[in-house]
Design a protein around this ligand. Structure first.
Ligand code: CAA
Length: 302
């Protein structure tokens, strides 16, 4: 058979590829070589990366960016590609439009679920949101509007939150006759304490950005038109740091939070020692002593 023909022996190894083409979320990839910006457009999210910063934008305007299964599948795929991209040092999450970050899990989908299907839905949402939290690189939530239910839970899995003055936070699941299912009952009390978390969960009330900042849910608040620039600025600042020390810092804080102080200090000692094995430690300390700015080029494999 000629070069372009199909022989069973050569086609079978390609089957997984064809299968992936069929079952993978629909996405279109484009590159803008002048500034090396890369954009991957899915049905309900968009992933852009440039200068070491990736921005993931939730974009389901008809449902205020609510999380349905298909969006979560796309998010899983996007997180996979972020994990594989050595260039990316910081991830920003935000919502398309001016009104909403994410208005929660999709209530039209929840309304149809049997208890067993609801368990699977929650399991899937928790898995993807835990994957987000477990990313080695820092993740910033730029909350531009509603962050309710699953949207608040998504923001809680980020490393910190910058919000627009117009943002509203809440876990309103109780008003739907259910409880948060994407990690809110667990991550919120760990962040703001059990009493304040219970008040939010039991009342289902929305908190303004200022109220959310007062209880330590949000780091900083900006005028809506200034939010993205402020988030980009802090992301750029973080992106100038060494990838290995950034990832070690994130992992150390996260692991230490689930451990007693002595164990946490042990984790910190190991992380500190491991950093010295990366060329960035040599560069950072030399740059200080030579009174110049460091240029970190080490990666996680250095
Ligand atoms: N799921 C599905 N659709 C949603 C949605 C959601 N979570 N939130 C909003 N929408 C849809 C609305 O149904 C509406 O669609 P139509 O135009 O087709 O009617 C559209 O988005 C615009 O919404 P509104 O007209 O309601 O806009 P508003 O400005 O008057 O109100 C809002 C905005 C306060 C966010 C209101 O939409 C709202 O309360 N949404 C639900 C918020 C919520 O309860 N979230 C928790 C979901 S459950 C969950 O997340 C469980 C979990 O932990 C896993």
């Amino acid at each position: 058979m000629g070069k372009e023909g199909f022989e069973l022996g050569t086609t079978i190894p390609l089957l997984p590829f064809f299968f992936r083409c069929i079952v993978q979320p629909r996405k279109a990839i484009s590159y803008y070589p002048c500034n090396k910006e890369k954009t991957v457009t899915y049905s309900s999210i968009e992933l852009t990366s440039t200068e070491g910063i990736a921005t993931l934008t939730f974009n389901r305007p008809k449902a205020l960016n609510a999380l349905n299964t298909s969006l979560l599948e796309e998010l899983a795929d996007a997180l996979d590609s972020i994990e594989k991209d050595e260039e990316i040092r910081v991830l920003i999450l935000t919502g398309a439009g001016e009104k909403s970050f994410i208005a929660g899990a999709d209530i039209t989908e929840i309304a149809t679920l049997t208890p067993l299907a609801a368990k699977k839905f929650a399991q899937f949402g928790q898995k993807i949101i835990s994957k987000l939290q477990g990313l080695a690189i820092p993740v910033i939530a730029a909350v531009n509007g509603y962050a309710l239910g699953g949207g608040c839970e998504m923001a809680l899995a980020c490393d910190f939150i910058y919000a627009s003055e117009k943002a509203l936070f809440g876990l309103p699941e109780i008003t739907l006759g259910v409880v948060p299912g994407f990690g809110g009952t667990q991550r919120l009390p760990r962040l703001i304490g059990a009493n304040l978390a219970k008040e939010m969960i039991f009342t289902g009330k929305h908190l303004s950005a200022a109220e959310a900042k007062a209880i330590g849910l949000v780091n900083k608040i900006f005028a809506p038109e200034e939010l993205r620039a402020a988030v980009n600025e802090v992301a750029l600042l973080i992106a100038t740091k060494g990838k290995a020390s950034l990832c070690a810092a994130k992992q150390t804080v996260n692991q230490g939070l689930n451990a007693d102080l002595a164990t946490g200090l042990g984790i910190e000692r190991d992380a500190f020692a491991l950093c010295l094995a990366n060329p960035d430690a040599k560069e950072g300390t030399s740059a200080f002593l030579e009174k110049r700015k460091p240029v970190f080029t080490g990666d996680l494999n250095s």
